[in-house]
Design a binder for this molecule. Sequence first.
Ligand code: SD4
Length: 289
Amino acid sequence: DKPSPICIATWNFHEASKTAGELLYKGASALDAAEQGVRVEEANLNNTTVGNGGAPDRDGNVTLDACIMSPEGECGSVVYLKEIEHPVSVARKVMEETPHVMLAGEGAFQFAIQQGFKPKNLLTKESEEKWKKWLEKKEYKPIINIENHDTIGMLCLDEKGDIAGACTTSGLAYKMNGRVGDSPIIGSGLYIDNEIGGAVATGMGEAIMKSVSSFLIVELMRQGKSPQEACEIAIQRIVKQNSNYKDFQVALLALGKNGEVGSYCLHKGFTFVKYQDNKNTNTPSQSYL
Ligand code: SD4
């Protein structure tokens, strides 16, 4: 028996999960649904961790990271992309139109322009004012679940039972110029294996990259762990690797091939959205601390 289509996404992005979920129930592919779903947050000016309106780095540059992965195991990614509102769609073009997986910076921007994307200033007045305020003290101490917590990672399972996913972010607010996090790194911020399931991550990218969390979760599921068990083991790995684990948040979300969902995080406060059978719900995740 095939599970009914399902979309899950990090945090409380119910508009994004609704958009993707409704598409899935109209027969859209998991890949199209995931791309369209996360685009909602890329365009949302109130979301200061994704796309347009994203917080800048400490030098005032808004630089975006995103990736997408298909049921066929194809993937595309862009890192340090400036002035393009929908990096996930550029990532999809990298996947479909180039022999490469990842394009960075100026090259990614040039490619986007060639593909017909229009450049745009993504630094809003509000983000600019907050950044200028930050410059007064220049204290780099991201606040758990308050700053840096709106990256969207999404996993979709379609009518055919195929799984795809996408992840998009402006990264950590006031990061160093040039910094790239986990979100566009295949295996860290996102991983899909259509025979097994998929996983996405959000939170402190440095910790996620060190243990390649999304790939780890999918491999644990391959070995028979449930999505929930796999997320818990991946968080335990982060605890073991980082003596300062109490100082940052990491949250992980997984979807099995049978539609089973798992989620686990370091600190309380992470929730995820799920759209299935016309219901769009927001659920608090269990946490390690
Ligand atoms: C990063 N993982 O760039 C991202 C940040 C994030 O919600 O998830 N924010 O490290």
